[in-house]
Design a protein around this ligand. Structure first.
Ligand SMILES: [Zn+2]
Length: 284
């Protein structure tokens, strides 16, 4: 699979209404196969995205190996920090490792609060020929995402139908829709997209409050099944989009499953593990 990030901020009509009502911003991150001649500009924009920390971060929900602690510039047994590294600055460590957030401000990256029970709603378009496999891939990816972030996901209802017209996901919900290759929700050759809504709290810290993920049926036809984050397969492609759903953007590392292009060695790197642990560390 090949991914290219199109950093489009899509303030659609629905987002605008939410913005006026409650200070909610919409953010749109889309993946698609690479187009000719546009990668340099995309990468320039990607480099401008950088992790920032808030005072609420660092409430770790998963155990951190010495390698991960080192990358996050945390002290502790077995860690090896460079002398020139700033201590206890995970955002700087993640940025140095080539990881990026979906969105950030000076007050921190947009992340879920880790006391939030995040509801998973699954929609399978009638055009999906093997709904069992489609749902199984989401289950596998959600389980892995829970292990790597420590966030709490509660899988709710799944339903089949026409996915052309979808309402905005409810609060504290990640809505995941398997859609036809030619879905109105995906442009051209996009294989997936993640829309992330966030709101700033009184201190200005951005918090993710709802997400919608679109997955193209093409993923199911192009890739075989496997383990999420362990090679090029359907589950890894789903985990890539779900990584965006918890606030993690693209990685500059070609071996990362969060790279813009899912390379043959695509897996979970130390930086990916660190970024996902960080994504689950935002206290309420
Ligand atoms: Zn992506």
């Amino acid at each position: 699979m090949s991914y290219r990030q199109r950093m489009t901020i899509a303030f659609t009509a629905a987002f605008t209404i939410l913005l006026l009502a409650g200070g909610v911003l919409g953010y749109h991150m889309l993946d698609e196969a690479p187009g000719p001649g546009s990668d340099a500009a995309e990468n320039d924009h990607l480099a401008a995205e950088s992790w920032t920390s808030s005072l609420s971060d660092g409430d770790w929900q998963v155990s951190l190996s010495p390698e991960i602690r080192s990358l996050l510039t945390l002290t502790g047994a077995g860690t090896t920090r460079r002398a020139d590294q700033l201590g206890n600055n995970p955002a700087a460590g993640l940025a140095a490792a080539g990881s990026t957030p979906v969105i950030h401000s000076e007050f921190g990256a947009a992340l879920w609060s880790n006391c939030t029970e995040i509801r998973i709603i699954q929609l399978i378009d009638d055009a999906i020929v093997d709904p069992t496999r489609a749902l199984g891939a989401i289950d596998e990816a959600i389980t892995r995402l829970g292990e790597l972030t420590g966030l709490t996901f509660v899988t709710g209802a799944d339903s089949r139908g026409d996915t052309t017209h979808l309402g905005a996901p409810e609060r504290d919900t990640i809505q995941i829709a398997w859609v036809p290759e030619d879905s109105v929700h995906l442009d051209g050759d996009e294989l997936g997209a993640a829309e992330v809504w966030h709101v700033a709290d009184t201190r200005g810290i951005p918090t993710i409050i709802r997400v919608r993920v679109f997955l193209s049926a093409q993923i199911l036809t192009d890739y075989s099944s496997g383990s999420a984050g362990g090679g090029v397969n359907v589950e890894t492609a789903v985990l890539h989009e779900l990584g965006h759903a918890v606030g993690v953007g693209h990685s500059a590392d070609g071996d990362s499953f969060m790279h813009t292009e899912l390379g043959s060695q695509a897996g979970t790197t130390i930086a990916d593990l660190a970024a996902l642990a960080f994504a689950g560390s935002r206290s309420c």
